[in-house]
Design a protein around this ligand. Structure first.
Ligand code: FE2
Ligand code: FE2
Length: 184
């Protein structure tokens, strides 16, 4: 008896998302290493915490596939992109990665809607809400950098920003603590 409650296409797109979240984690990991090598220990810490959050997203999708009787496929992940040139580029690239991930979530929502797979549709809504938070988080990073002087930021203001971000444990809450109603 076949107990797989996911269609082939849904199973495929969810497995694609597992890989995508793993890739997102690697990007945060590599940007964190870059930030640390540039002397931004606080920002590195912030990016490392967020790496963990992306891993939690990956686990969440994996668990859903398994719960629905599907088969998880762990695939090779792409190497992270080249290091950013400066903090502005680091945050801008991070924002682009988040928007790209949001679009991948929307693809899941669209397919689930098309197939009338309401369980997957409902599951994906958590991610829709989560991505609003994720995009907001990076927008705030860009705002903070802008206030610090953007490309002309002084070392002193960058040091303040770095210290501040290193101390912000609540700005990157762990996905495992979140619920559908409260993705934060
Ligand atoms: Fe994610
Ligand atoms: Fe993210």
């Amino acid at each position: 008896m076949n107990t797989n409650r996911l269609s082939k296409k849904i199973e495929e797109i969810l497995n694609f998302q597992v890989t995508k979240e793993a890739e997102a984690a690697q990007i945060y990991l590599s940007y964190g290493c870059w930030a640390d090598s540039e002397g931004y220990g606080g920002i590195a810490n912030f990016l490392f915490r967020h790496c963990q959050e992306e891993r939690d997203h990956m686990m969440k999708v994996m668990q859903y596939i398994m719960e629905r009787g599907g088969t998880v496929q762990i695939k090779a992940i792409k190497a992270p992109p080249a290091n950013p040139k400066n903090l502005q580029e680091c945050f801008e690239k991070t924002f682009k990665h988040e928007v790209d991930n949001t679009n991948a979530i929307y693809d899941i929502v669209n397919l689930a809607h098309e197939e009338k797979d309401w369980a997957t549709y409902n599951f994906a809504q958590w991610f829709v809400k989560e991505q609003i938070e994720e995009e907001k988080l990076v927008m705030e990073l860009l705002d903070k950098l802008k206030i610090a002087g953007g490309p002309n930021a002084s070392n002193e203001s960058l040091l303040t920003l770095d210290t501040q971000l290193g101390k912000e444990p609540d700005s990157a809450p762990l996905a495992r603590d979140a619920s559908m109603e409260n993705p934060e």
